[in-house]
Design a protein around this ligand. Structure first.
Ligand code: NAD
Length: 287
């Protein structure tokens, strides 16, 4: 196994905090970076709250929680990444901002350090195009919440070396993830490529008046053994996120079959973005 002991996580948002928690809980030292102290604090609060829940449920001891927190160091200064052995980036989903961070990182980290991105939809090849050595760059795609969801998609960019992929794979397995290798840099990788058509078809079945949303969800839960139906899942993940991914796929693949159905467009116009906004396909009490 490569000698990875300290992992640098860029971005302390929903995913970055979960990823930092995951590595620290599995014995790695973590340096967690965000642009402002308040975002770091919010990330650390999320980590603490998540682990407090685990302690309450008896899945973690108080001692393990304290040790995990003790392994996470936070900073707003990217220069502290000169110590890290591996980088995962989980910042805002914007190409130019991700590229700027990696360009800066390349001047800070050692030459043997692998750089990876948790992007859900951007091109791995395009992010890596700003690097002098794109062979050491890969996609490392976790699912939300990163501490719970078992899958990690590892993605080749056009220039990624096999050695890089092997190291990322070993690392993901060392934090007890189930790994799949995505051999080509395509929009949606595996999971979103398969999930989005299910969302589109579920919305069309609803639009065509074939069944109620409740029955479509029920059919998926009991007929396909999915833990959530398409509408429950869209509300949970963010209706707007699915909508943006569909538009992105339509543009990238140049194929109208990915175009968001009219009902979904209207949901976005009405601010029905899912659980986070109190209403999506279903209504939720805002507490
Ligand atoms: N939310 C999900 O379900 C999910 C799942 C898998 C992958 N992703 C991907 O993970 C990434 C992060 O998503 P998220 O949901 O955690 O977003 P988020 O908005 O919760 O967090 C992003 C964080 O990045 C910080 N940030 C912005 N620019 C930065 C910079 N230059 N350096 C350091 N930090 C910076 C922001 O302050 C914020 O705290 C995105 O690429 C997204 O596509 C998200």
């Amino acid at each position: 196994m490569s000698n990875i002991k300290t992992v640098g996580v860029v971005g302390a948002g929903a995913m970055g905090s979960g990823i930092a928690n995951l590595f620290a809980q599995n014995g790695y030292q973590v340096i967690l970076r965000d642009v402002e102290e308040r975002f770091i604090q919010a990330g650390m609060d999320r980590i603490t709250k998540f682990m407090e829940g685990s302690v309450k449920r008896g899945k973690l001891t108080q001692e393990q929680m304290d040790e995990t927190l003790g392994r996470i160091r936070t900073t707003t200064d990217l220069n502290e990444f000169k110590e890290v052995d591996f980088v995962v980036e989980a910042i805002i989903e914007k190409m130019d901002i991700k590229q700027a961070v990696f360009k800066e990182l390349e001047g800070i980290v050692r030459e043997d350090v692998i750089l990876s991105t948790n992007t859900s939809s951007l091109s791995i090849t395009e992010i890596a195009s700003v690097l002098d050595n794109p062979a050491r760059f890969a996609g490392m795609h976790f699912f939300n919440p990163a501490q719970v969801m078992k899958l990690c998609e590892i993605i080749y960019g056009l220039e990624t070396s096999d050695e890089t992929i092997n190291i990322v794979k070993e690392l993901a397995e060392s934090i007890r993830k189930e790994v799949v290798i995505v051999k080509k840099d395509v929009p949606g990788f595996i999971v979103n490529r398969i999930m989005i058509p299910q969302f589109i078809e579920a919305i069309k079945v609803l639009e065509e008046g074939i069944a109620s949303k409740e029955d479509i969800d029920k059919a998926m839960r009991y007929g396909l053994n999915h833990p959530m139906g398409a509408f429950e899942l869209q509300d949970y993940a963010g209706v707007d996120i699915g909508y943006h991914v569909m538009n992105y796929f339509a543009k990238e693949f140049g194929d109208n079959r990915w175009t968001p159905p009219t009902l979904l467009k209207n949901m976005i116009r009405a601010g029905r973005n899912g659980k986070k906004s109190g209403k999506g396909f279903y209504d939720y009490d805002k507490k």
